[in-house]
Design a protein around this ligand. Structure first.
Ligand code: SF4
Length: 319
């Protein structure tokens, strides 16, 4: 099975999460899991939009606020202090390195970095409907780029989902690197990721298969562009236990004539125990890896489903 992963993947990150003292109060929000664990596998590229746009540290805190000109980023105490244009201009100058990333980890709740549910004030009342200026820019200009907030990475399912998307994005970037994209390679890429897509959404995975199969020399670029968008949208949906069970049973089908009765029963029990929540996903996967090592299959060999990211990240152990 496919378990080749590049050494380090470039991932952008809010600087304060790396311990850099760039917050409005001169502090930081060091996140040990990101720094120590993800930092082993990700080349973390720090960026603080507020500092990069010329603000000092420390500085007056800012917030999103509804105004007659729409939602603006203004001072918490002095609403006349409007830094919206300054921040927007700064983030619009970052495409040269944003384009090289395979993911982005953002500080939650920040009017500059927050990915979702950032407080937007109207008079003295906040509603959580905002997106930070940098996060909004990335969503608009780099729609394929996996993004996640540091707080959500504490959830094992969201964490695994983000790490998986980062590695898929890395392979997608490699495929689209100069000279690599052709009809054959797109088909291979789809077969490598078909089971992963199925674990997120069976219907979307089916549509992706049809889309990849429609690629010809004359329409390759349009199909690939659409495929990238649809694949990343599919993977954004959190994989469900039911979909994983379907994928595991699908793989089990490749072994149906090869396993003896005892091994077959053990595998079926392991999938059923996972379905009922008694075992984590890694258990039936480990069993399947063992059988496919002894009885290789070309489709399973190509697939990244059983090794979507480096084993040492242990991201499959708690889902
Ligand atoms: S702007 Fe972003 S990176 Fe800078 S301190 Fe605020 S949350 Fe951290």
């Amino acid at each position: 099975m496919n378990n080749h992963h590049p050494k380090k993947v470039r991932v952008g990150i809010s600087s304060c999460l790396l311990g850099q003292e760039v917050r409005y109060d001169g502090g930081h929000k060091n996140n040990p899991y990101i720094v120590k664990t993800l930092g082993e596998y990700f080349e973390l590229v720090p960026f603080c939009p507020e500092v990069a746009s010329g603000m000092s540290t420390p500085r007056p805190p800012i917030q999103l606020r509804e105004t007659e000109q729409g939602v603006r980023c203004v001072g918490v105490k002095d609403h006349q202090l409007d830094v919206t244009d300054q921040l927007q201009h700064c983030v619009s100058q970052q495409d040269h390195w944003l384009a090289s990333l395979c993911g982005y980890i953002l500080k939650k709740d920040s009017p500059s970095c927050g990915m979702e549910r950032v407080k937007v004030y109207k008079d003295d009342y906040p509603n959580r409907s905002g997106t930070g200026i940098l996060a909004h820019y990335i969503q608009e200009h780099f729609p394929l780029l996996p993004m996640e907030e540091e707080g959500r990475l504490g959830d094992p399912h969201l964490r695994e989902n983000f790490i998986q998307r980062v590695y898929v994005m890395q392979r997608w970037r490699n495929l689209n690197a100069e000279g690599q994209l052709n009809v054959h390679n797109l088909t291979v890429f789809h077969s490598q990721h078909k089971l992963i897509a199925m674990s997120h959404d069976q219907h979307l995975a089916h549509d992706l298969g049809r889309l990849a199969a429609s690629a010809r020399k004359h329409n390759l670029n349009e199909v690939a562009e659409q495929y990238g968008l649809e694949l990343m949208a599919c993977l954004k949906k959190t994989a469900t236990r039911g979909n994983h069970v379907n994928v595991l049973q699908h793989m089990q089908g490749y072994l149906s004539t090869k396993l003896d009765k005892e091994d077959k029963t053990e595998l079926i029990d392991s999938i059923e125990n996972y379905r009922q929540g008694y075992l984590p996903l890694i258990v039936p996967i480990t069993l399947l890896r063992h059988h496919f090592r002894k009885m290789p299959d070309p489709f399973i060999n190509r697939s990244f489903y059983m090794s979507p990211h480096p084993e040492e990240l242990a991201a499959l152990n708690n889902i």
